[in-house]
Write a protein that binds this ligand. Structure first.
Ligand code: PLP
Length: 464
């Protein structure tokens, strides 16, 4: 038998070797990890995390787009503790419920705005974004069966979209690297091109024209497949993991026109974009479209405990409830009382501190102003923000916007300089992206922008 492990007595090297011996990480090359050794994050406060070597790092990615309320929020720990002492777990199968799950469902229904007369009165719970999107597939298929149109099976997603890592989630997403491992997508899921103006616009095409043309890819696909075969379209309001791809203003209105015309369900995957990230509780409100299902996870608890779910709009809920009988789908942790209690405390905290409003009216516009300055840097082709997410593109030639040779992995070079300078920024190819905690002050935004400039300079030094 192995000797018992006392973590407090382990130094960085020892943790790293145990890590590489036993811990299979998500989305990780373990050969590479074994040679480098994992960075060990030990503690966090506000917008900063510390590693086991004592380095303080500004976390401009909110963990993984989660920690909207910032680190070290005692209210959330207290809520978890109190709920664990009262009722740590009970299931919500077999005509059973629990108080935090009920209160949270009602609260979420009150936060989800009605657009064009469509409202959200119901929530289906899971523990993650991926599971929630699996639930979406199940609900969409059940809906069309009940509507007497069982041939409507195909769900259309987008290239470079991200909807999770389960079989259905990875299939709905349009990540070619994920599809290549494991025979994905599963049947009846297909994809159209993303609305990425910087990369996909035609020479001289305006952003507005491109937005309409990009939405038109959906209509073309529907006509190719036959409208009576298409069940739903799924998309992120702003693509996150794909590199913070912000659609032109003309894109979503045209998508709405198309899904309405063909009667197709619209799924808004807001795992990143909800809970204040774009200055609204739910991001469909920002763009003015009317989804039937809304996926959420991550920041509903500010990432303190796992929770996800689907806001089920009236069109689908009415059919499932009034005609569906038993829906043979659910998870042990659907409506977990501790997760729901933490979510309630998180939403209360966000309301008290007006975190959503400050993204819309204060720190969002301030970030937009400061981040735009980065476009002057010789390495940057474009720098754009939406609410409290932002992305910039590293280019070889600023005037012609020529990309670097992908083999140079310039984004990874930049990411290395970020870590070296005490900043967490994510690289998606040569796009560098951020989604900082919503508690940031103006001074902290200034600090972050200074750090980004320093990292861009160091990258320029290395790649030129
Ligand atoms: N959907 C979107 C838009 C996401 O960004 C993510 C994760 O980043 C997911 C779904 C999957 O969520 P999870 O990792 O909680 O399964």
């Amino acid at each position: 038998m192995n000797a018992p492990i006392k973590p407090e007595h382990l130094n960085t090297r020892e943790i790293q070797s145990l890590d590489s011996a036993h811990f299979l990480h998500p989305f990780t090359d373990h050969g590479d990890l074994a040679t480098r050794g994992a960075r060990v994050i030990t503690h966090a406060d506000n917008i900063y995390v510390w590693d086991s070597e004592g380095n303080k790092i500004l976390d401009a990615m909110s963990g993984l787009w989660c920690v909207n309320a910032g680190y070290g929020r005692k209210e959330l720990a207290d809520a978890a503790h109190a709920q664990m002492m009262t009722l740590p777990f009970y299931n919500s199968f077999f005509q059973t419920t629990n108080v935090p799950a009920v209160k949270l469902a009602a609260k979420l229904a009150s936060l989800a705005p009605s657009v064009g007369g469509r409202t959200f009165q119901h929530v289906f719970y899971s523990s993650s974004g991926s599971e929630s999107n699996d639930s979406n597939v199940r609900m969409v298929r059940r809906y069309w069966d009940l509507m007497g149109q069982p041939q409507r099976k195909i769900i259309i997603g987008r290239h470079n979209g991200y909807h999770g890592s389960t079989m259905a989630g990875a299939s709905l997403g349009g990540m070619s690297g994920m599809h290549a491992q494991g025979d994905l997508p599963i049947p009846n899921i297909t994809h159209v091109e993303q609305p990425y103006f910087f990369e996909n616009a035609l020479p001289g095409e305006s952003e507005a024209d491109f937005g309409v043309r990009a939405a038109g890819f959906l209509e073309a696909k529907i006509l190719e497949l036959g409208a009576d075969k298409v069940a739903a379209f799924i998309a992120e309001p702003v693509q996150g993991a794909g590199g913070v791809i912000i659609p032109p203003a003309t894109y979503w209105p045209e998508i709405q026109r198309i899904v309405d015309k063909y009667g197709i369900l619209l799924i808004s995957d807001e795992v990143i974009c909800a809970f204040g990230r774009l200055g609204h509780w739910f991001a469909y409100e920002k763009f003015g479209y009317r989804p039937d299902l809304v996926t959420f996870a991550k920041a509903v608890t500010s990432g303190y405990v796992p929770l996800g779910g689907v806001m089920v709009g009236d069109r689908v809920a009415k059919v499932l409830i009034e005609q569906g009988g038993e829906f043979n789908h659910g998870y042990t942790y659907s409506g977990h009382p501790v997760a729901c209690a933490v979510a309630l405390a998180n939403i209360e905290l966000m309301e008290r501190e007006n975190l959503v409003g400050r993204v819309k009216d204060d720190i969002g516009p301030y970030l937009a102003k400061r981040f735009a300055e980065l476009a002057d840097h010789p390495l940057v082709g474009v720098a754009e923000t939406c609410g409290f997410v932002a992305g910039l593109v590293l280019v070889k030639d600023k005037a012609t916007k020529t990309a670097f040779d992908p083999n140079l992995a310039v984004g990874m070079v930049c990411r290395k300089h970020c870590f070296g300078n005490g900043l967490i920024m994510r690289a998606v190819g040569d796009r560098m992206i951020i989604a900082p905690p919503l508690v940031m002050t103006h001074a902290q935004i200034d600090e972050m922008i200074d750090l980004i400039k320093r990292c861009l300079d160091a990258t320029l030094e290395e790649v030129r």
